[in-house]
Design a protein around this ligand. Sequence first.
Ligand SMILES: C[S@@+](CC[C@H](N)C(=O)[O-])C[C@H]1O[C@@H](n2cnc3c(N)ncnc32)[C@H](O)[C@@H]1O
Length: 345
Amino acid sequence: MPTLILTTNPGIEDIAADEARHVLGAKVVEVKTGLGRAVVEVSEENVELVDRLASIHRALLLLAKGSVCGERECLADVKSVIEESGVIDFLVPYGSFAVRVNRVGEHSFRSLDVASVVGEAVIEAAKARRGWRPRVDLDYPSTVVHVDVIHSEVLVSIELGGELSWHRRGYRVYDHPAALKPTLAYAMLILSGARDGDHIIDPMCGGGTVAIEAAYMFEHSKLTCMDMNPRHIAGAKLNAKAALVYPRIRFVVGDARRLSSFIEEADVLVSNPPYGIRLGSPRQVRRVYRDFLTEATKIIRKSITIITPEHRFASKVLEELGWKIMHERRVAHGNLYPHILVATP
Ligand SMILES: C[S@@+](CC[C@H](N)C(=O)[O-])C[C@H]1O[C@@H](n2cnc3c(N)ncnc32)[C@H](O)[C@@H]1O
């Protein structure tokens, strides 16, 4: 059975593995928690379904595994893993390739050194066995060779389905300055426990990522996307049109600190409130969080799920309001490590 390395946002690897189990019937081999990778085995006929996964950034077909020590001299071992991997069978005749390296751990070589050894090994192997020299094209390669050097482990794989990272789904025609990755939005919706038919709201919805992902996941749910900034709501509408889910979502311009005056009740709230970097003082951010959560707990029946670096403060407020934190996890988001909190009444 082909082995796939699914890459995702660090912190939601288990969610990607679960989705692969359900959608592809995959067997989960390893969940590399914190490294943004899950390794799964999938039957030949289900490999092509991989582009249905909403929780992954990329899918890589694993070709070979090997090991390497941390010293520069050991880069020769990486070269022999490449030679044995059969990677050249995936090169397009007279086409181009690029090497992408993901290195974790202490080594006396850099990722660039690995890329250069791998690039040379690919060219030599292609010349020797196929009689032509592939071109290196870092921008628009026909084949992408991935090399993961994770401590002493080396994994060689090629990328399936082109290089466009799948979290940049085609619908993002309006680029909100603080947009959430669709993969994180999907993970939050899963963690929220939302069911098809629930009324799901995002009262600080920006470019509408959560509402759009929810529209893809749930056929019968009522969806509301609210933001106090009319420009973002106009952008969210454009995104929803590009995603072909516009009629499914209700758009509201409104202030989440007065949520109950815009929305009477809903089942589930999933949101990415401002992190506060642009709002200035932490006191001001916390005031917004307190007012927003106080209002949210008045109208939400089932769960509130938020992603925030203000997780301690938000948990404290939710607990003061009599809600329980049912789940909490740290995820990577850009160069920050916010937490996803799930609270229930
Ligand atoms: C981090 S962004 C959300 C990004 C969104 N998840 C996306 O993917 O595009 C936070 C949003 O909260 C909005 N916002 C801030 N304070 C608000 C408030 N009191 N009521 C409603 N929206 C608010 C901002 O206008 C901003 O669009």
